[in-house]
Write a protein that binds this ligand. Structure first.
Ligand code: IMP
Ligand code: MG
Length: 180
């Protein structure tokens, strides 16, 4: 697969190739479809990082879905979480009695997902599950029960496949580590 010119040259190394990601996302979709058979799933996507992951996952998912996008941030532009999670809550979206699947790109400190889960639970969904493409091996500020995880990675800052450094590199088809 070709890559957006110039982006690859900023990488120190590729951690997960586009092919490896595609295969794993397909497996995750198959598991989710099996787990939710017969239900409509309200998929809550944390923008913008999870955009590419979820777009690929949902196109492999043989289930009726409702899609809800949310914006939350704890990084505010740097490479380390600020610890404060800001969420823009959507108006007029019904979560009560719905099977909600919360999806994000990466489980890092856990603050974002834990804040979102707590907020979603106040809406009394019929069920709430959480999935991520990546989980970093590191101590958590907040533990979150993960129902679906794509890959375990070391505690390094990654870019690509939706994940950015200061707004760049989201459109890289692989996931990699930047040069220092
Ligand atoms: P947490 O609240 O610390 O778990 O952070 C979750 C959010 O931080 C994720 O949704 C990502 O948007 C962002 N994030 C965490 N680690 C990385 C990384 O290595 N690269 C890019 N974004 C990251
Ligand atoms: Mg994010």
């Amino acid at each position: 697969m070709t890559s957006p010119t110039g982006l690859l040259s900023d990488l120190d190394r590729v951690l997960l190739s586009a092919d490896a990601i595609r295969d794993r996302v397909r497996e995750m979709a198959a598991r989710i479809a099996a787990d939710y058979q017969g239900s409509v799933v309200t998929v809550v996507v944390l923008m913008d990082g999870a955009l590419f992951f979820v777009a690929d996952l949902l196109r492999q998912l043989d289930l009726p879905i409702r899609l809800v996008t949310l914006s939350a941030s704890s990084y505010h532009g740097g490479t380390a979480s600020t610890g404060e999670v800001r969420v823009q809550w959507p108006e007029a979206v019904e979560f009560a009695g719905q099977h909600v699947l919360l999806l994000d790109d990466i489980y890092d400190t856990g603050l974002t997902l834990s804040a979102l889960r707590a907020r979603l639970l106040t809406e009394r969904p019929a069920s709430l599950r959480t999935g991520v493409l990546l989980a970093k091996k590191r101590p958590r500020a907040a533990e979150v029960p993960l129902d679906y995880r794509g890959f375990e990675i070391e505690d390094e800052f990654v870019v690509g496949y939706g994940m950015d450094y200061q707004g760049r590199f989201r459109n890289l088809p692989c996931i990699g580590i930047l040069k220092p």
